[in-house]
Design a protein around this ligand. Structure first.
Ligand SMILES: Nc1nc2c(c(=O)[nH]1)N[C@@H](CN(C=O)c1ccc(C(=O)N[C@@H](CCC(=O)O)C(=O)O)cc1)CN2
Length: 297
């Protein structure tokens, strides 16, 4: 391995520490703690872990955690009613509905029901539009976390060629918007892109968010490129019934060629929750009309 490792776990810990300090000052100024409501529908094992971690980290960052669990068979109307109640609750600054939802629920409809000014996930179309036209709003946590890692590593990104592999609403599209806003030349590639390896080989920055284990190979990477791996794929491992996590990039191959690379686990993943907490404390300041010191996060 010759690439430098981009340590998302350590970066996320630093961000959480800063959020915790800002949240403590907010509580003093506002006379209440900032509040994050997280809603989980069903019993998806990975989602249960993420929601538990969100609750723990919210409290560790001096904020209030409100957790709501609905059974997998709950009606969509019940979830929409809960979201409406949270929209009206002044103790709640941020609302997150954990995805994926059960198949009988319409994710876009549920996300649309969240007040855009409490949509700390940045998934509501109002926030997607704000990002598209460069207005202040909430930016989805995973792509914003990737940008923080990229800027920390590379500084000014302007003029760099970036390829985003994947075009999801949650990662690929906002990632491309953020890179464009940072003056990169951006290509959004996907499973139907012709000669994908050749397209990726042009990139100074590769963001892999396609959801296919180890799809991006070492010989797709331009020597010295910065590789951000958003994938979290559980695959069988040696040993009866064992599994392990891998990204969308073949790490061992890519690390021989890249200048820097995020590992899986310990790269982008931990940034997702840290940025969620960052977005929540930003929401709380906006709601209470308390100024947030520039550069404090
Ligand atoms: N409403 C949302 N739903 C989902 C989001 C989201 O941002 N908003 N993102 C993902 C899940 N997610 C948070 O919700 C998340 C994913 C991964 C991690 C993380 O820390 N991963 C670790 C490995 C964890 C493991 O061992 O399984 C890592 O990569 O190091 C945190 C949060 C989908 N749903």
């Amino acid at each position: 391995m010759s690439a430098d490792l981009i340590d998302g776990k350590a970066f996320a810990a630093g961000l959480r520490e800063r959020v915790g300090e800002v949240a403590a000052a907010f509580a003093k100024a506002a006379g209440r703690k900032a509040g994050l409501a997280v809603v989980l529908v069903g019993e998806d094992p990975a989602s249960q872990v993420y929601v538990r971690n969100k609750g723990r980290q919210t409290i560790a960052c001096n904020m209030e955690s409100f957790e709501y669990r609905l059974p997998a068979g709950a009606q969509e109307a019940e979830l929409l009613e809960l979201v409406e109640r949270l929209n009206r609750d002044p103790a709640v600054d941020g609302i997150l509905v954990q995805l994926p939802l059960p198949h009988h629920m319409d994710e876009l409809k549920v996300i649309a029901a969240i007040d855009p000014d409490k949509d700390v996930d940045g998934f509501n179309v109002v926030n997607a539009g704000r990002l598209a036209v460069g207005q202040p709003g909430f930016v989805p946590c995973t792509p914003l976390g990737c940008m923080m890692l990229l800027k920390d590593r590379l500084g000014d990104l302007s003029g760099l060629d970036a390829v985003v592999v994947g075009r999801s609403n949650i990662v690929g599209k906002p990632m491309a918007q953020l890179l464009t806003a940072a003056s990169c030349t951006v290509t959004v590639a996907h499973s139907r892109t012709r000669d994908l390896p050749e397209v990726v080989r042009r990139a100074d920055i590769v963001v892999a968010a396609v959801g296919r284990p180890q799809m991006v190979k070492g010989d797709w990477i331009k020597p010295g490129a910065t590789v951000i791996d958003v994938g979290i794929n559980r695959v069988p491992a040696a040993g009866e019934g064992k599994t392990r996590l891998v990204g969308d990039v073949d790490f061992d191959e890519a690390a021989k060629v890249a200048g820097a690379i995020t590992p899986v686990p310990g790269g982008v993943g931990p940034m997702t929750i840290a940025v969620l907490l960052r977005n929540t404390i930003v929401a709380a300041h906006r709601n209470e009309k308390i100024a947030l010191e520039e550069g404090s996060l």
